[in-house]
Design a protein. Sequence first.
Length: 106
Amino acid sequence: MTAEEKLAIEEKCVILLKTVFDPEIPVDIYSLGLIYKIEVTDEGVLNVDMTLTAPNCPAADFIVEDAKYKLQSIEGINEVNINIVFEPEWTKDMMSEEAKLELGFL
């Protein structure tokens, strides 16, 4: 897989991740700053490192399954691995300006 193909897939990932929402928050997980890494291997394996707003997030399973389902639809992706990480710890500073505005933090 070429660097250009990987970049195109990563861009599609961002678009799709912007359609995944925590049911309790009206902002997508990408804009919330919950996505730490998007990586595509030459074999078509997509590895995503993400965090949650809280370690005991009751919607964690729903969010991960929704993201995985959507990411698996990308042409050229053979496998999707979503890794939940808590380092670095998520803070409100990681949110996009739009997300901060939407949630009343600006």
